[in-house]
Design a protein around this ligand. Sequence first.
Ligand SMILES: [Zn+2]
Length: 360
Amino acid sequence: MTPRDEATYYSRQTVLPEVGIDGQQKLKKSRVLVVGAGGLGCPALQFLAAAGVGTIGICDADRLDASNLHRQVLYHYRDIGEPKAELAAQRIRELNPFITVTAYTERVHADNARAYFDQYDVVLDCTDNFESKYLLNDTAVQTNTPLVQAGVYKFEGQIHVCDPAEGTGCLRCLWPETPEEGSVGSCAEVGVLGMVPGLLGTMQATETVKLILGLPGVLRGAMLLINLLNYRVHRMAFPKNPACPVCGNAPQPVRRTPVPNDPVTELEVEIAALTPDALREFSVIDIREAFETQARPLTELPCREIPMSQFAADTLADDGKVKYLLCCAHGVRSRNLALALRRNGLQQVYSLKGGVAALE
Ligand SMILES: [Zn+2]
């Protein structure tokens, strides 16, 4: 009879010296929470379950929509309308009967996040909105819990591990304020190829298993950016910022709710409006990071380079004459930064719509 026991189930990974029987025991004892059972969560859950993570929690308040199926490959067409957390729990229990799976069909919010984190050793951020990402980030720091975060945008993905106990940086070290919802298009608006979250979710599961087993090479203090169209991969240093409002030397209470839209007019400048006359009015600033400007220099416009990571509130002087035009890869960061600077009182600041990509 074909053996169906637990040891046989894991035999192809326990044979690895890096895993072994001891490593498998570590996985079995580990407790992992996956927040978001969507495009990132589906592959992450499948591989965490198959690897033998002993206790898995799945948090998702949504029901399956037909438009989810091209990327959320754990689900079936007949499941449309059903709660995703419960569907996912049922699927991965079928995949591995040797683990314990709990479904939570509520949203993680400021009042319950801590209680969730207290029950788990590692948390995966598989959400698709800034409010959740920042809430998970802040709770990870406050509870000293490793958080494996990923995000996707069109054909690109990014992943990093925030491990407060190891002194790594967090999201707010790089971007202190929660960006407004809608300032970056979500999957619903801009679209995403299903394989992109498929790959990034798989990488989140990989990092989680590496964390549990104590393997080297965990993406701590670094963010990996991968473009699946051209296979460019960048590893961006992600140092801890002593001035970070959450994990820095003097933590401050952070604003939980997104700021309502200010009546900002003419924030974005279209490429087509950049006539030679118009250009003379602007001081163009390329806010991309050094690795980005090296890979794709901005030669079309006369500009200065000031990476966003080095921007302070007083980086740009307000002399009432110069208009600043910020430029980044896709016009997302530049728009956020321009908004933030205007809130700080610098009104003559604009964002190049579509960024460098729109110049091509
Ligand atoms: Zn931080």
